[in-house]
Design a binder for this molecule. Sequence first.
Ligand code: G6P
Length: 368
Amino acid sequence: EQIKKGNYDHFMQKEIHEQPHSLTTTMRGRLKDGAVLLGGLKEHLKTIRRSRRVVFIGCGTSYNAALAARTFVEELTGIPVTMEVASDLLDRQGPIYREDTAVFVSQSGETADTLLALDYALENGALCVGITNTVGSTLSRRTHCGIHINAGCEIGVASTKAYTSQIVVMAMMALAIGSDQISTQARREAIISGLFSLPSNASQVLKLDSEMKELASSLIDSESLLVFGRGYNYATALEGALKVKEVALMHSEGMFAGEMKHGPLALVDENLPIIVIATRDACFSKQQSVIQQLLSRKGRLIIMCSKGDASAVNPRGSCRVIEVPKVADCLQPVINIIPLQLLAYHLTVLRGFDVDQPRNLAKSVTTQ
Ligand code: G6P
């Protein structure tokens, strides 16, 4: 086992640091001459373009990856996207139609709830697409078509490199579906060049490792951690909080910054640590005003911003700032999650918990 971990202490740590490579293998051979080639979808692109709705279905981190993709899939395809946690779709027996494209996202391809939701969508006549890391998995066999994320084997129970590769696959899927639209051509080209730059930006952001370790040591005794995001990075807030909760065994919640005044603001004091994601995109000025409001209530803030924006988000210099490289706005979640993965990892080690086998959790939940 130690041989497989190489120079790392834990699989989760290794998998976090592998991301420049796993993102490269996810894209390998799929982006050529400004076009996206996804062999597994080719025959079905016309049907997908004609569908009335895309429904994303998954559990845990895979659900969060789909949520991170939702906005750009809508933007690039013009098709409305709805989100379903697999177990909730089953509980509600929610409507799925023949005109739907149901996209199932699962690292293992074996999660029981996701597979049951697949059976349900097949019965209802939807076109079913699988996005998985596992060749030959039940998900890849039972769906009509799909895309392998090719992130390499993931062993740590907490999913890390699969998350970023899932988002990249969904970006490529959105580009392929929308490739017949002239109005979004410039946008698509910008995203494709953003995809090419992701591995080097992931390497850059991994240099925050020791900074995240230091941040973790300042949070080691906290009881709770909030993460505020919005827009493209609402999913980052949910996924960052999920990482902290599942491995560091610390209560953590990801929240819509836009919902702050509808409850969470009551929790704010000098002690509760709050991470605010405020990297550059169309929501930036709204996040600046969220920061002001939290500071006027003496909130203990940790602000994630784009490189060079430290003074724009932290004019009084009173907060801890995490500066990350700026990439195309819709791909920013791929970069922004990495410091939060590192934070969760270091918090877990410092708190003395099992990194790769968190209490009560399994890598793949194959029973209902
Ligand atoms: C379990 C794992 C999570 C994972 C989720 C969905 O809860 O601990 O890390 O995100 O299952 O798994 P899947 O294989 O379907 O992506």
